[in-house]
Write a protein that binds this ligand. Structure first.
Ligand SMILES: NC(=O)C1=CN([C@@H]2O[C@H](COP(=O)(O)OP(=O)(O)OC[C@H]3O[C@@H](n4cnc5c(N)ncnc54)[C@H](OP(=O)(O)O)[C@@H]3O)[C@@H](O)[C@H]2O)C=CC1
Ligand SMILES: O=C1O[C@H](COP(=O)(O)O)[C@@H](O)[C@H](O)[C@H]1O
Length: 466
């Protein structure tokens, strides 16, 4: 059900990559599904002004390029709701914004809900928060922070203090869109609804957990943000840690916001601080330094592979292998539970046996298992059973950003990260920010990253790129 109160959605960084690829198409999808209120306005902001027509054009182009068919159908209506103001910047001021908000409030009438979405680099989270406070714009609003929330344990604490100085926790939504993916949410359902999976979800049966997100994607469109961030901050301490927490958590008392959040927090507190020398390989793809805006001597990582240890009774001794990188051989988002197997059966080697959840798109569940090779002899082979979650009826999945924006609209914080969980994530990640950070090793575009990352997955090897 769409909320009935009118809405002002302020999108900070409305011309950026995230806005174009995810947020604007998600709003178009929500519009198409009638999940936005009847009276609402989209107000874009950035550091420099553009006209409302230019913003409409950008919006249409973004949805055409990145939206699905539903988003394309919603975009015409979306442009009826837009405005833009070039404002809110590093000097903690928001000159135009209060006036624009007041104008829209009067136009919409009634008791308006205001949501601010910070689709800006992490370095701008604090200045924008301070600017909103200084301008008296914080009361009663909701605010969405992108990831990474902070760039180190210290900056995380600093940011969180600034945020809590401006807002009550209930107003704050720290987004990690991997938590909003249909398939990520299915990790719980699989495990807690079906003993076939729930029964093996532990070190007795699982030899390795792999969370593997290779990307063929380039970073040229967002060089400024990316070079200041790198793969480990962009993806490891954020999405991959959160998905690891989803896999590793103990059963929550109930599958509701408070209990799920606590279960995630509890298990992240058991992530052992990374050992950069033993357990981390960083990489940088050949040609990265030739991108406009990237310094010739950049040491930014465009690839990271890490072996994370989760010190709970359930997972003692089971490596969680996390890998991601840009311009790699393939794009995938895969969680693999590599199951323990007997070494041989009827004289033949067994395996691999795996439970695989693909987080990409609408999601997919696969079970790879040893079977008898069809035919006269008792030989072994491997087969895979495959369930595309989009084939499950009745249902119509929402892209993660659309689903999470809908949660913000209705005030549901189940799938958002908590400050306590992030504090633990930063503690586990911290060693990678110090002097022991390994130098990024070069890797070829179209490869699976530096070869030295292969040893982390011994003896089973990475399931992807086998
Ligand atoms: N791109 C992606 O796929 C994803 C990105 N994210 C997160 O989204 C956030 C934005 O990333 P992304 O869109 O890729 O980055 P971009 O650099 O593409 O865009 C950020 C936008 O923010 C605005 N901006 C930059 N600096 C400032 C500043 N100091 N003050 C105010 N606005 C500023 C810029 O707009 P202008 O020039 O108009 O001021 C810019 O277009 C990051 O936190 C990232 O981690 C999360 C998930 C996916
Ligand atoms: O947060 C981010 O996520 C995207 C990958 O997300 P996807 O689900 O849209 O494929 C990643 O490319 C980007 O670097 C990162 O900032």
């Amino acid at each position: 059900m769409a909320p009935t109160e009118p809405l002002i959605f302020v999108l900070h960084g409305a011309r950026g990559d995230l806005a174009k690829r995810m947020v604007l198409p998600a709003l178009a999808t929500l519009q198409r599904r009638h999940l936005l209120p009847e009276r609402w306005a989209l107000l874009g902001t950035g550091r420099s002004p553009i006209s409302s027509q230019e913003f409409d054009e950008l919006l249409r182009d973004a949805v055409e390029e990145f939206g699905d068919h539903e988003a394309s159908e919603g975009v015409a209506e979306l442009t009826e709701h837009t405005a833009y103001c070039g404002d809110v910047s590093e000097d903690d001021s928001a000159d135009e914004l209060p006036g624009e908000l007041e104008r829209l409030r009067t136009e919409l009438g009634g008791d308006v809900t205001v949501i601010h979405y910070l689709a800006v680099p992490p370095s701008s989270f604090a200045p924008i928060t301070r600017a909103l406070k200084k301008a008296g714009l914080t009361e009663g609003i909701r605010i969405v922070y992108e990831k990474p929330y902070g760039t180190s344990p210290e900056s995380f604490r600093e940011l969180d203090a600034i945020v809590h100085d401006a807002f009550d926790e209930e107003q704050v939504f720290r987004i990690d869109h991997f938590l909003g993916k249909e398939a990520t949410q299915n990790l719980h359902v699989l495990r807690f609804a079906n003993e076939l999976f729930g029964g093996i979800w532990n070190r007795k049966h699982v030899a390795q957990v792999q969370i593997d997100v290779p990307e063929t994607l380039d970073v040229a469109q967002r060089a400024e943000f990316y070079d200041a961030t790198g793969a480990a901050l962009d993806m490891l301490v954020t999405h991959l840690f959160q998905v690891a927490a989803e896999v590793a958590m103990e059963p929550p008392r109930r599958l509701d916001a408070a209990n799920l959040g606590t279960a995630r927090e509890d298990v992240i507190a058991h992530f052992r601080p990374l050992d950069p020398a033993e357990d981390v390989v960083l990489g940088q793809y050949d040609g990265y330094r030739d991108i406009d805006g990237v310094p010739d001597d950049s040491t930014t990582d465009t690839f990271v592979a890490a072996r994370l240890w989760v010190d709970t009774e359930r997972w003692k001794g089971v490596p969680f292998l996390l890998r991601t990188g840009k311009r790699m051989a393939a794009s995938a988002q895969q969680v693999t539970l590599v199951l323990r197997t007997p070494e041989e059966l009827f004289g033949s080697p067994v395996g691999p046996n795996r439970v695989i959840v693909s987080l990409a798109g609408s999601g997919e569940l696969k079970v790879t298992t040893t079977v008898k090779r069809p035919g006269a002899f008792l030989d072994l082979a491997t087969g895979t059973a495959d369930l595309a979650l989009s084939d499950v009826e009745p249902g119509e999945s929402l892209p993660p950003y659309a689903g999470l924006l809908e949660d913000v609209l209705v005030g549901d914080r189940t799938l958002f990260t908590t400050a306590t969980g992030l504090a633990s994530a930063w503690s586990a990640f911290a060693p990678l920010l110090g002097d022991d950070r390994p130098a990024p090793e070069p890797y070829a575009v179209g490869s699976w990253g530096p070869e030295s990352a292969d040893r982390l997955a011994d003896p089973h090897g990475w399931a992807l790129g086998d």
